[in-house]
Design a protein around this ligand. Sequence first.
Ligand SMILES: Nc1ncnc2c1ncn2[C@@H]1O[C@H](COP(=O)(O)OP(=O)(O)OP(=O)(O)O)[C@@H](O)[C@H]1O
Length: 641
Amino acid sequence: MTTGDASRHDGESAEKLDEQEVNRKLSRSPSYWLRLMALFWRISPARISVLALLTWAVAIVPGLQIRLTAAAVDAVTDGVTAAGGDTARDALITALAGILSLSLLAHVVGAYAQYLGAVVGLQLTARISEQVMAKGTRMDLATYEDPESYDRLQRAFQESTTGRAYEIFSDLVETVKNLVTLIAISAALFSWHPWAALITLLSPLPAAVVQAAYGKREFEVEYDRAQDRRRAYYFQWLTTQDHTFKEIKLFGLGPHFIRRYRELVQGFYEVDRRLAMKQEGWSAAAGLIGVLGATGAMALAMLSAMDTGEVGELAGFLQAIASVSAASSGMLVGLATLYQNTLFTGNLFDYLGLPESIIKGGARPFPERLRHGIELQDVTFVYPGTDTKALDGFSCLIPAGKCCALVGQNGAGKTTIVKLLTRLYEPTSGRILIDGHPIEDYDVDQLRSGIGVIFQDFIKYELPARENIGFGRVEALDDEARIARAATASGAAEVVAKLDDGYDTVLGRHFEDGAQLSGGQWQKVALARAFMRQAPVLVLDEPTASIDAEAEAEVFGRLREIASGATSLVIAHRFSTVRIADKIIVIEDGRLAEEGTHGELMEHDGIYAYLFNLQAAGYRAEDGPDGTGDEEEQDREEALR
Ligand SMILES: Nc1ncnc2c1ncn2[C@@H]1O[C@H](COP(=O)(O)OP(=O)(O)OP(=O)(O)O)[C@@H](O)[C@H]1O
């Protein structure tokens, strides 16, 4: 959706777009409520029961107070007409004592119930956030790479932080409370004056209908603008991050992003303003009906009291009008809010209900050491939602215990192979065999535990160096010797030695006393994380792009020793790394182009030799103006031809 689209949206178009979604969510409301209640119940059955019981117990107080008010006024009338004397005074004192006790009780119980509500609300919000996090870790990579599913995840994440789920619970409790209050009061009102009672009870209805209608409209608009919301958030994020600052500043992109953010937000503002204007207009008109209804009921009750002379009833009635209109508008508006909250929280439950990792494994344990190797047989892969083949009938063998290099140009399909090997995706066709058995036969958790991977976009954990490395094998987070060995192997030990608190130093700049590392230093830490794993298969996706040539040569010169017999696959663009591999696999446009040792491939004089020479010529041409540069330049031109 473009910025222009955002400003074109109005309530009407959003309504058409998401009508189906809204209806689907509404039909599921009872199931959402049940799940929410079950969740609540699990948090603290005792607190929930006390909260509900206290809230509902307080609900009958207004009904009792009305009767006591009527009794008090009757006692006053008796006293004034001198018919009652001391009896009237006693009756008045009893009624007043009753009113006072009930008010105090309602006040104290109400305050305690509010405290309980706040506590369980906090617990519920934290529990739901945890559930969203846990769900996020159980989803497939495809969910994160598909914009629609990612939108869903983001909506659910937003909902998990708003406390709206708790509002549904309190809406339900409040609705029941108001219902109890209404029943308690209505019993008295209908016995005194049925018509006035009916008008009093129904007059808040139009306001509730307006509220519900606009709650729905608001949901539709928000639902529809999820992408633009994320885009606006992205511009905010770009202009407020430490690692984006340099480029944004030097390219002068700040004003550009602020303008694009403003355009989006103005689009939202226009739609929201129009919605708010219509909603307030209709609410005011509906509220007028409420005001007229309450006044009409009061007039009816007064006229009736003139006929019957029942002043006590009239006083009770007048008090009841205020309580009833508060309770019935509370109930109806509560229902409308419940409706809106249910729609929004539906995003959360829809997400929590999404099928989890559809990639299932078998029961075969992953070998501690590979004996044959990993074989890709005629593997084709098309990313979901696209129709181009990222891999196109790709076949190769990664022999056990050897170090293989995977080489190819950008977008050739190298990282895609890693995603398939780690079962983040399934091949569209073809097979992957590990030691002769289909990859699907292996237990997925064991498979992932048996493969140590560092991706090119590895995470820079803003946590202590110890954890940055130890996360490679989280069960061994306390094994200092293992962490130190992994750090030494990758060259991270030298980096850590210079930090103020050694392995306890927090890396990055997000938290106090954090130490920022250079790109290459971060990469050494990430590499240590892969070595920490000590897995039978080691996959390094461009692990040394930022590491200086000397350190890289040192690591790769000793990779076999470091990986101690593991089968390793290294994706690299620097041919000085690649050439020392036992086997080099060249991929081009998702197909196997060549394979062999450095010597064999150079002899073959194909694409590998071409790329190798190109890079080597580049280095030699940089040697300086000693006369050799021209010669190398000629080589390069030749290679390019
Ligand atoms: N999540 C995705 N959804 C759709 N297409 C994708 C996705 N990831 C990669 N691709 C496409 O698949 C192809 C192979 O991508 P891949 O990341 O495997 O390349 P690569 O060889 O690792 O490239 P590089 O050297 O730049 O890292 C590319 O054309 C890319 O555009």
